[in-house]
Design a protein around this ligand. Sequence first.
Ligand code: ZN
Length: 297
Amino acid sequence: MTLPTIAAIEAGGTKFVISVCRGDRLGERMVIPTADPETTLSSAVDTVTRELQGDSLAAVGIASFGPIDIDPTSTNFGTIGATPKQGWAGINLREYFQRAFNCPVGIESDVNGAALAEAGWDIGGPINHLAYVTVGTGIGVGIVHRGAISNGASHPEIGHIRVPRHVEDAAFAGVCPFHGDCLEGLASGPAIFERWQTTLSDLDPHHLAHDIEAFYLGQLAANIALHHRPEVIIFGGGVSQTPGLIPRIRKECQSALGGYLPDLDSSDAITSLIQPPRLGTDSGIRGAYMLGKALLN
Ligand code: ZN
């Protein structure tokens, strides 16, 4: 029996990662810089076609930057929404790849895809209730509930919640074009750059920036814990990888919860709650693969 061939596409704001997978094994990861839609998408199709070596494709799975319409009943299913990325608003990724390969296309937000992959990863066993947070150019959160992606009318937008201000950060206006000082406006990579003209990892570990960042992300983790009671909250994305940041987020989260959730009121419990990605940087691409595979069951 030949194993079905699935193209996994992690569509990011700065790069597309593509892998053609035969069976459960992820193939080589190929990277295309995200330029204008036509250049990027035609290059993605060429990359997949070359990798197929004449084989046919059973499905495509896409984990995409957002906002994106993920409602299968919508006429805009698979369409990128109001993004500041030039030229991409209104582009229907699902239709583009369906037309190119004449096969079913599964599509979700990038964080939902990553959450699915982190929850389903078989090393250490699947996790039924999980949140995946990415902190980078923006802040996004995907929720897995009872092993499945949890959406409402659309994917959650938890990155734009309001959080209390750090006492030494009261003057900063925030960088979110919609809300100013929402969480993303205060704690995304661009917010860090706006205040200190560099990245968090390039600032001295004793710099106040680390305390401020951990404070905001700790509030986020506490809010997620209160809302969803996940078993695990994964912190992925570039900013989260700053050495020493995750332990600080754990401390701030425990302090924000104030002992209210007894099962989380110990440093051991918070350490197993808040974790770096189990899949390293592969959460998104593996999530895309799983979205394609789900169409074949
Ligand atoms: Zn916002």
